[in-house]
Design a protein around this ligand. Structure first.
Ligand SMILES: [Zn+2]
Length: 494
């Protein structure tokens, strides 16, 4: 990141600072007119999507786009013409940041978004086929972002973070960063809103013509030890309230931010400062809100309006939603990779609720579970903890090496029942109000994607039959350290 790029970033901010450009407001209400065969593909896509919903095969978020792409392979480019588009991408938080951005940008004018999280090409096509609205906020899978940027020429791209996810699919985050960098270098009219605390995001955005740097934080540095430009080890330090980083060999360094989130306060240089108050929990969501608010500002929506619109959102696509399982309120939290789990462990550290950890490691999650050893599960020592899911034994072994007492259970219901029994509070009859079994009245369930999806639709069913009511504690590990690898055995209760 050179000084020239920083000054270009500052210039972009200045241009949108005092008097916003109002790009969002001064744009036609509808997308450009389509050629006849593309219109036909669009109508067919909507029909396929609606049929899928009618037959209860899904929400139709993918099939419509798949059909349309078969009929008109360049339909995404054509659907993007004449629209103002904002794309949100990153390894973690993109669904939430997209929802927050859509809320912010929709305060004054209609906006469409792929709110169901269908963030591959087919999902984006379905969203743009379904609606002719001229303004859209699109969540884009990080592997697909470069292609989408080239296809639709978005006005704004929001880059949240970049780290390992699904090792068998996105094994090398640097390759993704390189694809972002190449695409953004070519997108000269695009304004990139980038988290400058993430070195890989900074490197990817540094070649863009217009960058607004946001210090949104990076609590997980496990995937950014080395410089993305030259491979030397990065040096990290503290400057005031923020972490800094630089490369001693090539000079790549954290840019001076145009906007910064400090605790619960968002400050835009030369514009103002606002308190970020959300119903969503945790630092990561405040970072998502900060990124969304800056993106809204770039497009002409006042920051205070943007932040105000986000305040009452308490769940996004099931994330942080509260389900009643066997009469007990359970908050559902999605965590998919080392960075996400690390943020989530910070989040649940804000209370002392019982925890259920659910890991399946199915294809949609990534089959390789070696990353479990990078997650700081040791911080959960002392918590009331249950483990479930198809890969529960993998996670149990990891916790055992970290000397974190826990119980293996068949499913989340078993954990809830175990907790109720442990507390000597009987589960309420069917249909009765949830029992307030904890000071906070809730159990937190942290689940990988397949567990999360299952729990969201069928809260009583998850995981697979496993060794129920089996406890592992530091004492049992110490006694039989060589037997742990063969799986847990009955032991001392928590
Ligand atoms: Zn370097």
């Amino acid at each position: 990141m050179g000084p020239a790029a920083v000054s270009r970033a500052s210039a972009a901010t200045t241009a949108t600072a005092g008097v916003p450009r109002a790009l969002w407001a001064h744009h036609p209400e509808s997308a450009a007119r389509l050629a006849p065969w593309v219109r036909f593909a669009r109508v067919t896509a909507v029909a396929a999507s609606n049929l899928s919903r009618l037959l209860r095969r899904g929400d139709g978020g993918v099939i419509g786009g798949t059909v349309a792409l078969r009929m008109a392979p360049d339909i995404l480019t054509r659907l993007g013409r004449g629209r103002v588009l904002a794309c949100v991408s990153g390894t973690n938080g993109k669904t939430t940041a997209t929802r927050l951005s859509a809320m912010a940008l929709g305060t004054r004018l209609p906006v469409i978004s792929n709110s169901s999280g269908a963030n591959l090409t087919a999902g984006l096509v379905t969203t743009l086929c379904r609606h002719r609205t001229g303004r859209a906020v699109l969540e884009v899978d990080e592997m697909y972002l470069a292609g989408v940027v080239r296809s639709v020429q978005p006005r704004v791209v929001v880059l949240l973070n970049l780290s390992r996810d699904q090792l068998d699919r996105t094994a090398e985050p640097h390759r993704i960063a390189a694809s972002w960098r190449a695409a953004l270098c070519d997108a000269r009219s695009c304004i990139v809103v980038a988290n400058c605390d993430d070195p890989r995001v900074t490197w990817a955005a540094a070649g863009a013509a217009n960058v607004v740097w946001v210090s949104a934080g990076q609590s997980w540095t496990g995937d950014s030890y080395v410089c993305p430009a030259c491979g030397d080890v990065l040096h990290r330090g503290i400057a005031g309230t923020h972490v800094t980083w630089h490369c001693p060999r090539c000079g790549l360094a954290r840019p001076d931010p145009d906007a910064a989130l400090t605790g619960r306060r968002l400050t835009l240089r030369g514009v103002g400062s606002w308190r970020v108050t959300l119903s969503l929990p945790g630092r990561a969501n405040r970072a998502n809100a900060a990124m969304a608010a800056v993106a809204a500002h770039v497009l002409g929506v006042p920051v205070h309006e943007a932040l105000s619109s986000m305040r009452d959102i308490d769940a996004v696509e099931g994330r942080y939603g509260v389900h009643t399982i066997d009469g007990v309120a359970c908050r559902l939290i999605l965590a998919k990779n080392p960075a996400g789990w690390a943020e989530t462990i910070d989040l649940v550290g804000e209370n002392d609720r019982p925890l259920v950890l659910a890991v399946n490691a199915r294809p949609v999650d990534g089959l390789d579970t070696s990353w479990l050893y990078d997650v700081p599960f040791e911080r959960l020592a002392g918590r009331r903890l249950w483990v479930t899911g198809a890969a529960a034994v993998d996670l149990s072994l990891r916790l055992s090496y970290g000397r974190v007492p826990h119980r293996l259970v068949r499913d989340v219901s078993a954990a809830v029942r175990d907790w109720s029994t442990h507390r000597a509070i009987p589960a309420p009859p069917e249909g009765a109000a949830p029992v307030d079994v904890t000071p906070a009245g809730c159990i937190d369930v942290i689940a990988d994607y397949s567990n999360f999806r299952q729990l969201r639709s069928h809260p009583q069913i998850t995981g697979r039959p496993s060794t129920d009511r089996t406890a592992i504690s530091p004492r049992t590990i110490a006694v039989r350290s060589t037997s742990v690898a063969r799986g847990p055995r009955p032991g001392r209760a928590l």
